[in-house]
Write a protein that binds this ligand. Sequence first.
Ligand SMILES: [Zn+2]
Length: 412
Amino acid sequence: MNVYIPLASKYRPQKFADVIGQDVAIKIITCGMQKNRLGAALLFSGTHGVGKTTIARILAKAFRCEEYDRGDPEPCCRCASCLGFASDNQTDVVETDAASNTSVDDVREIIESCQYRPISGRYRIFIIDEVHMLSKSAFNALLKTLEEPPSHVKFLLATTETHKIPETILSRVLRFDLKKVDLSLVAQYLSSICNQEHISASAEALSLIAGAGDGSIRDSLSILDQAINMSANNELTAQNVRDMLGVSDDTDIIELLKLILSSNLKDSIAQYRSIIKSNISPHMVVRRLIDCIYILACLKTNVEPQENALSENALPQLRELSNAASLPALSRVWQMLLKGVEELKLCDHPEVVLEMILTRISYASGLPDLHEIINAFSGVREKCTARKPDNAISSNSLFDDAQKMFPDATIC
Ligand SMILES: [Zn+2]
């Protein structure tokens, strides 16, 4: 019987070229390797599952590759050293998880072993995962070695929380802030994995999985693993995935939209918190809100909606909601949600970021749009004109005044 290997382990990249969505970092690393200009300590930061440890391991392999001098920064994957990585047999590479080895004694052990030259190859390499968990005295002990590292030693550090690392350490490392991976790129990657696994998956199903993975390759592959387990005949449909993710019914998200459009901030936040409690990522919440706005706009303009990721029960509920907001107001919410998608990628705490985005949208939903403002001004103008015909106000100047007074309002 075959041993089951999770997809995230089975398809863990072995070369820089296999890493998904971190082109800038990979370019800097490979150019630095070619010019031999990478320092003794590198730090990889970013949320979980974006490739920090994976890149550190590939880099360790590349540093120790016996064909290091051949001019190609990629590890050759065929020399004795590279093959040692494949079989987990590398005495000169020490990988530590600082989450369970936080004390100064743990770091001293590493520092003492730094003085020994590698048994084979040119470098001894220390990979320290979750390095922010080290104690203050452990960081101080590490600092001395980072200031004057032996030439045969490389430190590859990884963290999800850079702000917890002392400035003195940060100033001595080459930093790489890895971003969440673009969702369309994740969906493409999942599609290539499905091809290799002989799984038939619809684009919508993969897009739902990528959205739920929220830019983390590891999470996305783990969700794909679960979806494959639950699928019948190795076929993944959007409905299977929706059922598995607990988003087969969009009532919760439509309720949230209703509260936002009525500027009910307090209840909006409460509804949002209740949604994310069921393990639905903030990114998924935004995505579903965007889909709802799209359907509402189609309903208001009598346009047939294109295929979307909402469930079958969403349309009748959205039809009921279609009178709750004007087309300009929907357009405004749409723009703010799209901007929110970008903001979610920039911060390590998407749950909090989305609360701020909802606050902004909820506030803006209560603002009048330019049509309403101009109509209000027109009423004033008529009164002024009736009183002083020689001193009539031009509609252009009313429009300019309205724009100055309500800079947030949308032009219809
Ligand atoms: Zn090699």
